[in-house]
Design a protein around this ligand. Structure first.
Ligand code: OOG
Ligand code: MG
Length: 267
């Protein structure tokens, strides 16, 4: 990590509790840098690590990780110029075609992503796209429902990292494929909301190739002294910009070669 931890242990715990309260009770908070303007990316990850410890201690099961802010569309939308990572737990998963409640989220948005499931462990530094592809069991289409806990969905990198990359829900579906059976750079993706196309892009939007984002994740994990175990579920980052949803909305993400993922939102 190019930055150092500057927050005290007390401040890390305090900020973790603030984020945790906003996540579990679904209310908006000001971005953390309003109070801690000198907060660094390393500070953001220190708060995220504390949050992860608490979720796991409470019995939540980690299923993998997500990479975010990997596409130009997302960086422009959020005003950030560097990717970030966050953890995913089993209770964030929702079945395909299900009704997802918005009452326990602040201001949910949906984005189309390619998800990877690994069959061999991966470790950085220096992890490459080729190593990721060799360790991948299959890829599948997914929709991430992100929910920044920050007012107006406005944040900077240290704040969004502390908020676990806005992770809230995710839905995998469609058709799982072996990574060497398809060209992961050129997959066309269309997001429909209530029958209308609201976003479209190609998978190369994610760092030229979604496996590149997974390699970057593994290298960020290495900086935190972690590896990516076999059997991990990894969301490689929004291909399109994120679209706001509300109760009554029906969303279908259509992926070339990988099929569709649908869900609807209820109060
Ligand atoms: C940060 C999370 C970004 C992605 O796929 O780019 C993300 C946010 O936009 O709230 O998940
Ligand atoms: Mg995402």
């Amino acid at each position: 990590m190019s930055s150092e931890v500057t927050l005290s242990r007390e401040d890390i715990v305090r900020l973790c509790e603030r984020v945790e309260g906003a996540q579990t009770r679904a209310y908006a908070i000001p971005k953390l840098t309003d109070e801690y303007p000198a907060m660094t990316v390393a500070d953001g990850y220190a708060v995220q690590a504390e949050l992860r410890c608490r979720w796991l201690a409470r019995g939540h099961r980690q299923v993998g990780w997500k990479v975010g802010l990997t596409s130009k569309a997302k960086m422009v939308q959020m005003g950030v110029n560097e990717p970030s990572i966050g953890f995913l737990t089993s209770d964030m998963a929702r079945p395909e075609n299900s009704a997802i409640s918005t009452g326990d989220m602040v201001h949910p948005r949906v984005e189309c992503e390619v998800a990877f499931v690994t069959r061999a462990p991966l470790a950085g530094p220096g992890c490459t796209r080729e190593q990721v592809l060799a360790a991948t069991d299959y890829v599948l289409p997914a929709v991430e429902v992100i929910d920044s806990r920050f007012s107006g969905f406005k944040f900077d990198l240290p704040s969004v990292i502390a908020d676990n990359g806005s992770s809230a829900r995710f839905v995998g579906g469609g058709r799982a494929r072996r990574p060497d059976d398809i060209d992961l750079r050129t997959l066309g993706v269309v997001m429909e909301k209530n029958g209308e196309i609201v976003a479209a892009a190609a998978s190369a939007a994610v760092l030229g190739h979604p496996a590149e984002a997974v390699a970057m994740l593994v290298n960020i994990l290495a900086e935190q002294g972690e590896t990516l175990p076999a059997g991990s579920f990894v969301m490689s980052g929004g291909i399109t910009e994120a679209i706001a949803v509300q109760p009554g909305d029906c969303v279908i993400a259509r992926f070339q070669e990988l099929g569709d993922v649908s869900m609807r939102f209820v109060a």
